[in-house]
Design a protein around this ligand. Structure first.
Ligand SMILES: Nc1ncnc2c1ncn2[C@@H]1O[C@H](COP(=O)(O)OP(=O)(O)O)[C@@H](O)[C@H]1O
Ligand SMILES: [Mg+2]
Length: 293
């Protein structure tokens, strides 16, 4: 993780915890920490008292510790951030509009998730037993060439999805780090635990209406195939998600967001995806959406 990625990540955490982005002093503390500067040095650069820097730092360490589930301080800030590398953001829907999706997390290394949100993934109704995959549309999933390592990441994601019933997971990180490959490998390993396994690569995202209608079409088609042909009415997407255990991957979701900002924003035409992600996160259903940045 480079300095910018660390600042992005810290900004997301602070925003999630406080509703406010990093202020200039907090940013100076983090930069100084990464560059092994003393608080005195930071205070001098920032032209303020050392005690003000210490206070700001102590509040920051507190927020980061709560979020990361371990004691974070000046000495271990960098390593703590790097340990938290596979992102599992259950309240993604709430915050995704504020996040800069590309380049914020690396996916190498040990994956962890914060204890304060981990329980919210559990959905009592979704402890369904593994079901044979009945329907797959993986035509847009890239073919996987040689694939090495990532054992820990695969284990972590598998646990989150199959045991903890995470409903919404994001994999983000700089381009080329292996997010898509990791997702492909994961899908290959766990797809048979789901009734539906679907992969969408969204170079050019459709509008939310088009996207929902494409997906519901898949469901309604296969339902009609399963039962004798009827004139079943197409339901809203969430209704299908509540009926069937699905694994749905959306790759390249950074295309939903504007780039070049510390905290990303949905492009205006994709604003409504926020509601979809919110529903997926909040409502009870047995599915998992894996969003790959
Ligand atoms: N675990 C891995 N083992 C071998 N090659 C990998 C692995 N992960 C990624 N790669 C290779 O690295 C390149 C970039 O990976 P990709 O998954 O497309 O990255 P991203 O989605 O993060 O941009 C691809 O050529 C891919 O085959
Ligand atoms: Mg990719």
């Amino acid at each position: 993780m480079n300095l910018k990625e660390m600042l992005n990540f810290a900004d997301r955490i602070v925003f999630e915890k406080t509703g406010q982005h990093l202020d200039d002093l907090q940013e100076a503390v983090l930069k100084g920490t990464v560059q092994h500067e003393t608080y005195k040095h930071v205070a001098k650069d920032f032209d303020c008292s050392e005690s003000r820097v210490r206070n700001a730092a102590s509040q920051l360490w507190q927020l980061l510790s709560e979020y990361l589930g371990e004691d974070v301080n000046k000495k271990n800030f960098r390593s703590a951030m790097e340990r938290f590398q596979v992102s599992n953001v259950s309240n993604f829907a709430q915050n995704v509009s504020e996040q800069h999706i590309s380049g914020s997390f690396n996916i190498c290394g040990e994956g962890r998730h914060p204890p304060d949100i981990s329980n919210s993934y559990n959905d009592e109704k979704s402890n369904s037993k593994p079901t044979k995959t009945l329907h797959q549309d993986l035509s847009e999933m890239p073919e996987l060439g040689d694939f090495y390592d990532r054992t820990l990441e695969l284990q972590t994601l598998t646990t989150w999805i199959l045991q903890q019933n995470c409903r919404l997971i994001t994999l983000t990180g700089i381009s080329g780090i292996g997010k898509t490959s990791l997702a492909v490998k994961l899908v290959q390993q766990i797809k048979d635990e789901f009734e539906y396994a679907l992969w969408f690569t969204l170079d050019e995202f459709p509008t939310i209406d088009k996207f929902q209608s494409n997906v519901t079409q898949l469901f309604s088609q296969s339902e009609n195939l399963d039962s004798s042909p009827t004139n079943q009415k197409r339901l809203p997407l969430i209704k299908y998600l509540q009926k069937h255990r699905c694994l749905i991957v959306l790759d390249d979701i950074h295309n939903l967001f504007g780039s070049g900002e510390l905290a990303g924003k949905y492009k205006p035409q994709y604003e409504e995806y926020r509601c979809l992600f919110k529903q997926i996160e909040k409502l009870s259903h047995p599915c998992c959406f894996l969003l790959v940045g």
